[in-house]
Ligand binder design. Structure first.
Ligand code: SPV
Ligand code: MG
Length: 435
């Protein structure tokens, strides 16, 4: 090649003038090879991209000044740089700080090793895909886009995390919750869990399928209005087979991404119950498979997921039973398996994972570490879990805060002593748009 090789890494999810500027500058230097981040590479340091790799590739290939597009499968540039040994590496100056900083240092050292040059055009002010994405979020999200977002996240990340939401307020908190980890990578929740326990508890009702679908859907609607994240709905037993089919249609129409149904029949009790009330009746494999099939037949999109929840470990029916059910439920068409456990050490979950991982037709695996918080996300990911759910922590936290506040006011006969434990009224007012 006569021309110098110019390597231009980018995510290019929402194309803006900043990208065009970088390509224009790069084209002045030689042959422009865009190293387009794969979906997994993007998801590893920011959010799941709005467009998938193939769509982004088609767009970038047709931009003026781009000669070639190659895949960059990780946020570390090293593999591609070593393979292509470009004369120039061009990157917007925004990678100086933030989650790509470490990769930048490595890239600079590598480029130097063969006499290549790193060019960092001034980052185009006032525009960035992160900012545009925020604007898009403010516009809201259509049901079908939200529905598809769960599968997209599952495809792009080895482990996704969700937390329960039982109200518009809790959904608002989750929507905004984001921390930077030690590598500068944003950590946020990938989805919301519409827990039957916290939805019914927040209404002061038992978790026994007494809060009916209309009421549960009213909670879903409150949440849909203030959040953009995908939702996994706790469908309890799914009720009777025809009822479950109708539940699937209703959830799908709203833009809910998945439903979890558990293999219990009769009066459903919460799986974390102990003593007398811990006795539940498990459904037959045959009947539960028929329920899964009815749900799958009822859905209209390809994206909606029916996740089958196995109660064998809760009911002490043994590992073999749990594994046999996982096989049967996947055969019946389940898009995922949730394995539940009440034990404190998480050992039976890890044992289940080991066997489950050997399935040829393995589907995403979901775990709910309420009783075994000792297992971290890293532990669960390494064991093969794909979906982790913090199923009730926000409601439990609010209960403690509300109770302490009520007792403090009674004790001191004024609110002054309690005041330091909660946000100001103004903060609450400002949190909610339209106030
Ligand atoms: C829920 O959150 O309602 C669940 C999970 O079903 S558990 O409470 O652990 O059964
Ligand atoms: Mg439940």
């Amino acid at each position: 090649m006569d021309k110098k090789l110019v390597y231009v890494p980018m995510a290019a999810d929402i194309i803006h003038t900043g990208h065009l500027n970088i390509i224009k500058e790069s084209a002045k230097l030689g042959y422009v090879m865009v190293g387009l981040f794969s979906d997994k590479a993007i998801a590893s340091y920011k959010r799941v991209p709005l467009m998938n790799y193939e769509q982004r590739k088609q767009i970038v290939e047709s931009l003026k000044g781009v000669d070639e597009v190659v895949i960059q499968d990780e946020k570390d540039y090293s593999a591609n740089l070593k393979q292509y040994k470009p004369n120039f590496l061009v990157h917007g100056s925004d990678w100086n700080t933030g989650p790509l900083n470490e990769e930048r240092q490595k890239a600079i050292a590598l480029m130097e090793s063969w006499g290549g040059k790193v060019i960092e055009p001034e980052y185009t002010k006032g525009i960035s895909s992160t900012k545009l994405n925020k604007n898009l979020k403010e516009l809201g999200i259509l049901p079908q886009v939200r529905l598809g977002a769960l599968k997209k996240a599952l495809f792009a990340k080895p482990l996704i995390r969700g937390i329960e939401s039982h109200s518009g307020m809790s959904a608002l908190i989750i929507e905004e919750a984001c921390v930077k980890d030690k590598n500068g990578i944003n950590q946020a929740f990938d989805f919301l869990w519409l827990s039957s326990l916290t939805d019914s508890s927040s209404k002061g009702k038992p978790d026994i399928e007494f809060v009916d679908l209309t009421s549960r859907i009213a909670t879903v609607n409150d949440i849909l209005e203030v959040s953009t994240k995908p939702i996994i709905y706790d469908g309890d037993t799914g009720s009777q087979i025809p009822h479950f089919a109708m539940m699937v249609k209703r959830l799908e129409r709203l833009g809910v991404s998945a439903v979890v149904i558990e293999d219990k029949i009769g009066l459903k009790k919460n799986s974390l119950c102990e003593g007398e009330s811990a006795r539940h009746t498990q459904d037959s494999i045959e009947n539960f498979c028929a329920k899964i099939k009815a749900g799958k037949q009822a859905q209209l999109t390809n994206d909606f997921m029916v996740i089958a929840r196995i109660e064998s470990l809760i009911l002490e029916m043994g590992m073999e039973d749990a594994i046999a059910r996982a096989r049967a439920y996947i055969e019946a068409g389940a898009d995922g398996i949730m394995i539940h456990s009440r034990k404190k050490d998480g050992a039976e979950i890890l044992e289940f994972c080991k066997i489950y991982n050997t399935f040829a037709n393995r589907k995403p695996l979901m775990a709910v570490p309420t009783n075994y918080p000792i297992l971290s996300e890293e532990d669960l990911k390494n064991a093969g879990v794909n979906i982790v759910v913090y199923a009730n922590q926000l409601l439990r936290a609010s209960y403690t805060a509300m109770k302490n506040t009520a007792l403090s006011i009674l004790e001191h006969k004024r609110a002054l002593e309690a005041d330091k434990h909660y946000v100001s009224a103004l903060e609450i007012i400002n949190l909610i748009e339209g106030n």
